[in-house]
Design a protein around this ligand. Structure first.
Ligand code: FPP
Length: 251
């Protein structure tokens, strides 16, 4: 018996291929609640969350979206119980090692953004290896924010710029939006057009504070492990109904 390829493998016909977001960002919230609702330990939710993320990355690739940025661990997440933090660090490392070959086959270019120096050394090595090995891939750009904080990112950009001014390399007048953006972790990445947050929370939680200035925000009650192609389809339907004016008016 042959299995029918899922219709959702191709861009659903009600979506306009010319008006898709080029860059999507996602706050993957609700893993803990998903697990608790099923009587599982919270970390089971994170495991399922990896599957959901992999599914979304594939879906972005299949539907022609150039980049996905996922918030995997915030600077505030260190405040969680140490067993959960340790679990997450080990999970990131295992997933990276396990998925590297497939990322090569699927031409995924992975990069990590955040204060990576504070991560366990073995994770830092796995990150460095994955970034180096996938650097020349030509497919989707996958960015993982790990030990990431938007305010911290802005402060470190300010420091770097202040030092350049102090050394006389640039003048204060040369500091503009473009130069500032080049000093962020996300230099060279387009700003997200769409931010998705799961589990109904209406907060930015210190995620990409500069880069999300003009993003359309979509919040769904779906918990992250349940966020599948159908849920992403709904997010894109909502996105395509928005009137993006970037502060201007239509003439
Ligand atoms: C938020 O749910 C989720 C996280 C803090 C972790 C997300 C990480 C992954 C899905 C793994 C990604 C893996 C790689 C390699 C990129 P929560 O725990 O805050 O849920 P709750 O709000 O229900 O408690």
């Amino acid at each position: 018996m042959t299995t029918q390829p899922s219709l959702l493998q191709q861009l659903p016909p009600d979506l306009d291929a010319n008006r898709l977001p080029k860059q999507v960002a996602v706050i993957m919230d609700g893993n803990g609640r998903w697990a608790r609702q099923r009587g599982f330990p919270r970390v089971m939710g994170h495991r399922k969350g990896v599957d959901a993320l992999k599914g979304l990355l594939r879906c972005c690739r299949d539907w022609g979206i150039g980049g996905l940025t996922a918030y995997a661990f915030s600077t505030e997440n260190w405040g969680r119980p140490s067993e959960e933090v340790d679990f997450l660090m080990t999970l990131f490392e295992r997933v990276l090692q396990r998925e590297l070959a497939e990322m090569m086959t699927e031409q995924v270019r992975i990069r990590f953004v955040g204060n990576l120096i504070a991560l366990p050394e073995s994770l830092q090595s796995a990150i460095a290896q994955a970034m180096a090995q996938t650097a020349d891939n030509t497919g989707i750009e996958f960015t993982v924010a790990t030990n990431y904080g938007g305010r911290q990112e802005i402060i470190s950009a300010c420091r770097a710029i202040a030092q350049e001014v102090q050394k006389g390399e640039i003048t204060p007048e040369q500091v503009n939006e473009e130069l500032f953006a080049q000093h962020l972790y996300t230099a060279d990445l387009p700003d997200p057009d769409l931010l998705i947050r799961t589990s109904g929370e209406m907060r930015l939680s210190n995620f990409l504070l500069w880069q999300l200035a003009y993003a359309e925000i979509y919040v769904t009650d779906t918990l992250w492990p349940d966020f599948d192609r159908a849920a992403f389809h709904q997010a894109l339907q909502s996105y395509q109904q928005r009137d993006r004016r970037f502060g201007k008016i239509h003439q």
